[in-house]
Design a protein around this ligand. Structure first.
Ligand code: BTN
Length: 246
C-alpha cells in the first residue's frame, strides 16, 4: 500500500478521483490532495478540507471478496489510523465504525465506497480525512463543539508526511492478513481496546428507526453488540451511532 501515490494540489474529492482511476490502477494506489473543494462525508454530508491543513486521501483496494465484507475494511482503516497516531505519541479512540476521536471530539472520518458486480467487489475506495493542522477558525459554528484537530489537542504542528507513513505501515499490516486469510483478529483487538462506545449509552440510527441502548462489545466479525432499553441484545452491522449526551 502506498507504492503508487498521486498527489494533487486541489481536487473536488479524492474519493471521486480515486473512483475515476480505480479500474486502471493497481491495488494500494493512493490519491492525496492538499485541498478538497467538495470533500464528502458520510450520509451526504460535506467534509471541510482546507488547503495544506489536513490529510485528505483515498486508497484504492481490490480485495477478492463479497460486498458484505466491506464494512470490515473501515474497521481496519480506523485501527490503522489509531496505531499510526499512537506511533506519533497521540492517544485516540475509535467511535465504531468509522470515526477517530480525541477528547470526545472528532479528528478523523473514513468514507468507504465500493463498486461491485455479480456479488463480487471490483474495487473499494477507502477515503480518509484527518484534521491535522486545522485552527479554530477552520471549524464553523456547527463543527466547533464536535470536531477538533491534532494541532489543537497537542498544541503543536504535526508532520503530515510522517503521519501518513505511519498509518500506511499499519494499514498494510492489518489489511494483508485480512485479504489473504480473512483474518481481522488484530483489528478487532484494537477496535475493542480503543472503543469509545463500549459501556456507554448510545443512540443507534438504522434506516428510519432510532433506538437507545448500551454498547456491550464488538464481536469477532466487527459488529457492535448493543443492549436495547427493552432488554433485547442485538448486533448492529453498520449504521450511524452517537453517544448520548455528547
Ligand atoms: C465522515 O466521517 O463522514 C467521513 C469523512 C471522510 C472524508 C474523507 S477526506 C478524503 C476522502 N475524500 C472525500 O471526499 N471524503 C473522504
Amino acid at each position: 500500500i502506498g507504492r503508487n501515490v498521486y498527489y494533487f494540489d486541489s481536487l473536488s474529492s479524492t474519493n471521486n478521483k480515486a473512483k475515476e482511476m480505480a479500474l486502471k490502477e493497481k491495488e494500494g494506489t493512493i490519491i492525496i490532495a492538499e485541498e478538497q473543494t467538495k470533500g464528502r462525508g458520510r450520509l451526504g454530508r460535506n467534509w471541510v478540507s482546507p488547503k495544506g491543513k489536513g490529510i485528505w486521501m483515498s486508497i484504492i483496494l481490490k480485495p477478492d471478496m463479497i460486498p458484505s465484507e466491506v464494512a470490515k475494511l473501515t474497521l481496519i482503516g480506523a485501527a490503522a489510523i489509531n496505531r499510526g497516531l499512537e506511533a506519533m505519541g497521540i492517544n485516540s479512540y475509535i467511535k465504531w465504525p468509522n470515526d477517530i476521536l480525541i477528547e470526545d471530539k472528532k479528528v478523523c472520518g473514513i468514507l468507504t465506497e465500493m463498486s461491485c458486480e455479480l456479488n463480487m467487489i471490483n474495487y473499494v475506495i477507502m477515503g480518509i480525512g484527518i484534521n491535522v493542522n486545522l485552527d479554530k477558525e477552520d471549524f464553523n459554528r456547527e463543527l466547533k463543539d464536535k470536531a477538533t484537530s491534532l494541532k489543537l489537542v497537542t498544541g503543536k504542528k504535526i508532520d503530515r508526511k510522517r503521519l501518513i507513513g505511519n498509518i500506511l505501515n499499519h494499514l498494510e499490516n492489518l489489511y494483508i492478513p485480512f485479504k489473504e486469510r480473512g483474518d481481522i483478529s488484530k483489528t478487532i483487538r484494537i477496535s475493542r481496546e480503543k472503543s469509545i462506545l463500549i459501556g456507554r449509552e448510545i443512540r443507534v440510527i438504522t434506516g428510519d428507526k432510532e433506538l437507545i441502548g448500551k454498547a456491550l462489545s464488538i464481536d469477532d466479525e466487527g459488529q457492535l453488540v448493543v443492549e436495547f432499553k427493552d432488554g433485547r441484545v442485538e448486533k448492529v452491522f453498520s449504521g450511524e451511532v452517537s453517544i448520548r449526551g455528547l
